[in-house]
Design a protein around this ligand. Structure first.
Ligand code: MN
Length: 284
């Protein structure tokens, strides 16, 4: 199943090139009063709601997916977790270019662990990346993004994929410079998720996903998740040694080689096999 959020807080199922509005299903979510849960309610209840979602979608007429504004498919992620350097060739390119990480230590992911991106940086596929510091270098990073489906703590790699709700495309945008990574990657609009979530029954193996990113039609990044240093399952094992993952938490699994600068006026197209593609404008 492919789940999207679109227009004004609408929930949709994507089938071929059509979106079927299933927003009514949200009335079935558990009612909460303040303080609200700090995880994503829809993702937490996705498997129990799924039969209702499918049934509603069957009764609706679809509209072309191109005609709607796609929001981030996760509305309320508690954490945006990101793997810093998780492809060997990107590690090599980062070591070769001190400007990329401004002489901060470039270590392999086993030593480095994860960083966090602010949830306020999140936009969806119909959003635009707004450059905040045009005088500095701003880079694109295409990544496979993993959406956690249920609470996970001290999970072994063997069982880790059972905790995944689905996958989408992630753009981990970055302003280069001397500040802490988590700050530079948390600029408003610098986390893009989309175009929709593909659930794990449809995308069974996160270990063979082709990634491609173009800027103005020219290929910048092209790789396959089989070259991840730590696999999706190992990333979940690693993360859950340190903290509990909650439904709707997102793991950006790291970017392959080919990161490069973008400026206002550029158009980024990010494509992941088994998921789809999204086109993001870079603006000032
Ligand atoms: Mn990244």
């Amino acid at each position: 199943m492919r789940i999207c959020r679109f227009n004004e807080e609408r929930l949709g199922v994507v089938r071929d090139d059509l979106v079927f509005d299933v927003t009514e299903v949200l009335t079935r979510l558990p009612k909460h009063t303040y303080p609200y849960p700090t995880y994503d309610l829809l993702i937490a209840n996705l498997s129990s709601l799924r039969p209702h979602i499918e049934e509603l979608a069957n009764k609706k007429n679809g509209v072309p997916v191109d005609s709607v504004a796609l929001q981030s498919p996760v509305a309320n992620p508690g954490k945006l977790i990101a793997a810093p350097v998780n492809y060997v060739k990107h590690l090599e390119e980062a070591r070769a270019d001190v400007g990329l990480h401004h002489n901060t230590q470039i270590k392999a992911i086993r030593e480095m662990g994860f960083f966090l991106k602010a949830t306020s940086s999140l936009i969806g596929a119909s959003g635009a990346v707004q450059i905040r510091f045009p005088d500095r270098r701003n880079d694109h990073e295409i990544e496979l993004a993993v959406i956690i489906g249920r609470k996970a703590n001290r999970v072994s790699a063997d069982e880790a994929l059972d905790y995944v709700a689905g996958y989408c495309i992630g753009l981990d945008m970055t302003v280069r410079g001397p500040e802490e990574r988590s700050l530079r990657k948390s600029v408003d609009t610098y986390s893009v998720l989309g175009p929709w979530i593909v659930t794990t029954d449809e995308l069974r193996s996160p270990a063979d996903v082709e990634l491609e990113l173009t800027v103005n039609g020219q290929t910048r990044q092209k790789a396959n998740t089989r070259d991840l240093v730590l696999s999706v399952a190992e990333l979940i094992e690693f993360a859950t040694c340190f903290y509990t993952l909650h439904p709707g938490d997102v793991i950006f699994t790291g970017t392959p080689e080919g990161v490069g600068p973008v400026v206002a006026g550029d158009k980024i197209v990010a494509k992941l096999s088994g998921i789809g593609s999204m086109s993001i404008d870079v603006v000032t």
